[in-house]
Write a protein that binds this ligand. Structure first.
Ligand code: BEZ
Length: 253
């Protein structure tokens, strides 16, 4: 996820509240179609749950993530994983593919990321990814912004959720050829109520308020969001929008 360095990540909390993230990344793995022997960079590998599938497919895999806690968890799965800022990728050996699931929205300077991806790929190498698209978790973001505003705190969205048009232009400007790009709503069932999501992913917002008031704020947000994100049977979902793409570095570029 190349989750920002300013908030600490807890791999145990992540697996409890967000174990669905690597599971839902499996269609993206199929799009990548990894072949044994390929060298693959997993950009924003998190705790390595999905990365492990690439290793098991016989690929030579390097995982990078900005979170030292997540990288330690990935290394414990036997992955060659390194703490690295996705905005400053540096590799001597090129990769046949760069893969990224549910991570690029944490990297708010996409042009720097894409320049590094281009450098990391062999000519002909592919870049396959999925992350939050325009409108992603819109109800949750609006509720968080509202809760902070009520406490006199103003905050810009800490995530990058582009339209396909925006990202297509950036991929092209970085010298990558777009083979496919689409955005789609993917309402995602949560393992509990939205409080777990907020405690896991809402940290950039919650960190802006005094620690003593955070749990009460999360409880208040659960009630604010109940009518939009919880059905009559008490099942919660997050209002995810995904941006999915396949691109490649041209043979001569
Ligand atoms: C996402 O996967 O779309 C996401 C996760 C955490 C924060 C924001 C978005």
């Amino acid at each position: 996820m190349s989750r920002g360095g300013e908030c600490a990540w807890d791999p145990v909390q992540y697996q409890r509240n967000a174990g669905y993230v690597p599971e839902l990344g499996e269609p993206l793995l199929r799009l990548l179609a990894p072949q044994a022997g390929e060298r693959i960079l997993d950009l924003g590998c998190g705790d390595g749950a999905l990365t492990r599938h690439l290793v098991d497919a016989g690929c030579t895999v390097v995982g990078v993530d900005a979170s030292a806690e997540m990288i330690a968890a990935a290394q414990a799965r036997g992955i060659d994983a390194h703490v690295m800022d996705g905005h400053a990728l540096h590799f001597d050996a090129p990769f046949d593919a760069v893969f990224s699931n549910a991570a690029l929205h944490w990297m708010t300077e996409p042009d720097a990321v894409l320049a590094g991806v281009h450098r990391a790929l062999v000519p002909g190498g592919r870049f396959v990814g999925e992350f939050g698209g325009h409108g992603n978790v819109a109800h949750i973001v609006a509720a968080l912004v509202g809760a902070l505003a009520a406490r006199g705190i103003d905050i810009d969205c800490p995530w990058y959720f582009p339209t396909p048009e925006d990202y297509r232009v950036r991929l092209g400007a970085a010298g990558l050829v777009v083979d496919a790009i689409e955005s789609f709503a993917r309402p995602t069932p949560l393992p509990g109520d939205v409080g777990g999501w907020l405690q896991t992913f809402g940290k950039p917002y919650l960190a802006r308020m005094p620690a003593a008031g955070r749990d009460a704020c999360v409880a208040e947000l659960v009630e604010t969001l109940r009518s939009d994100l919880c059905d009559e049977a008490g099942r919660w979902h997050a209002d995810y929008v995904r941006l999915r793409f396949v691109a490649h570095r041209p043979a001569g570029g």
